[in-house]
Write a protein that binds this ligand. Structure first.
Ligand code: PLP
Length: 392
């Protein structure tokens, strides 16, 4: 463990390894939690969640936002609201965290994986369309590391075949596609506020939509299928809820919502810091033999949840990663080629995703990185990939 010092708005390590990811939290979040303690309403679906939902719907450009326990629960609610169930197939962008595919399995439907664009790793619309068949009911596109997928093309495919479209915007808070905010790009979108994401309450998520029937269904089902207690508070009689559906406890607590309100205030600064780090990386890693920096397309914004480089096949990724870690630079693989995971049945074919799964390397990316740390990362990576001991 490195020494950490609580210094102003964020907790910054003063020695030790360069962290792969790190939240930016401090006095504003602590003060927000203090206020929730004083209010007496700590559990979910309370007034602080309500305030967060209003603010987050503005960020997402939708008429509704629902605070949830995490992104996986938001995905599950979106799928149920859209009617996914046994016998159905849902086409999912292959390169993603398991929550995306798992949420389809939770409904009893089958996840069918679409291969990805070789440049930005989001679902390739041609692959998506090739998988449509009479059992297909919808598409989940993933904004990979936050960069939005091709929503114009995906919407056209969905409309052509009568399918719905969900945006897994887990890493995409605050970003845009063709000038429209992430969260507003599909029938429903889902966000994660896990500690590794751009804004965080430790654990947390949200569902955004402008379709009132999806919003109403998700709100009821995220609290066991009953009307939230808070909304019954002003009632003068003694209302007894009825249960038409076996809902879940997928609520965010009001404590987490308070942290999220503070995080939303920071969001523009956090995005600017990450963009500056990405620009420095691109400049300092340009021309380094064996390393390709990630592509950020001009028609959409990249929020840089992760910074993932592609190593040439002649580099041994395991040895490169080991050498980086040994020299105090944390790193990881990118994300998962879902179709290779045994849980999904193994009958999808996604060669682009399968290959990048073996060649991607995530290097430190968070809003607290200093220029000195960025230079240390790029100098270390440059030396490690030049060392013949790390070549195949
Ligand atoms: C992190 C992530 C998730 C899961 O988020 P949780 O809040 O942990 O459920 C889902 N999808 C993608 C693309 C992610 O990156």
């Amino acid at each position: 463990m490195s020494d950490v010092v609580a210094d102003g708005p964020s907790v910054v390590p003063v020695t030790g390894p360069v962290a792969l990811g790190q939240p930016t939290v401090g006095e504003a979040e602590i003060e927000a939690i203090r206020e929730v303690f004083a209010s007496g309403w700590l559990s979910g679906a309370g007034p602080t969640c309500g305030r967060f939902e209003t603010l987050f719907a503005e960020v997402a450009g939708t008429s509704h936002a629902l605070a949830t326990s995490n992104c996986g629960s938001a995905l599950h609610l979106a799928l149920l609201a859209l009617g996914a169930g046994p016998g159905d197939e849902v086409i999912v962008g292959d390169y993603t965290f398991p929550a995306t595919g798992h949420s389809v399995l939770w409904t009893g439907a089958k996840a069918v994986f679409a291969d990805i664009r070789p440049d930005i790793w989001t679902a390739d619309p041609a692959s998506v369309e090739s998988l449509v068949n009479p059992r297909t009911v919808g598409i989940i596109a993933v904004d990979v590391f936050g960069q939005p997928a091709d929503y114009d093309e995906l919407r056209a495919i969905a409309d052509r075949h009568g399918l719905w479209l969900i945006e897994d915007a887990a890493c995409a808070a605050g970003t845009t596609y063709h000038g429209r905010p992430a969260g507003s790009l599909a029938d429903a979108a889902t966000f994660s506020f896990h500690g590794r994401k751009g804004i965080t309450s430790g654990e947390g998520g949200a569902l955004t939509t402008s379709r009132p029937e999806i919003a109403d269904f998700a709100r009821r089902m995220h609290t066991y299928g009953i009307e939230p207690t808070f909304s019954r508070e002003g009632s003068t009689d003694l209302p007894i809820p009825v249960f038409n559906d076996a809902g879940y406890n997928y609520r965010m607590s009001d404590l987490n919502a308070a942290v999220m309100i503070a995080q939303l205030t920071r969001l523009p600064d956090l995005l600017a810091s990450r963009r500056a780090v990405a620009a420095d990386y691109a400049e300092q890693l340009a021309g380094v033999d064996g390393v390709t920096v990630p592509v950020a397309l001009a028609d959409r914004e990249h929020p840089w949840q992760s910074y993932v480089v592609t190593l040439d096949p002649w580099l041994d990724r395991g040895l490169v990663a080991g050498a980086l870690r040994q020299q105090g630079v944390q790193c990881n693989f990118g994300t998962y080629a879902s179709h290779l995971q045994p849980v999904y049945g193994g009958d999808s074919v996604c060669p682009v995703s399968a290959e990048l799964f073996t060649r991607h390397l995530a290097i430190p990316m968070h809003a607290n990185l200093t220029s000195a740390e960025v230079e240390r990362v790029t100098a270390t990576l440059t030396a490690v990939v030049a060392d013949p001991a790390n070549h195949r």
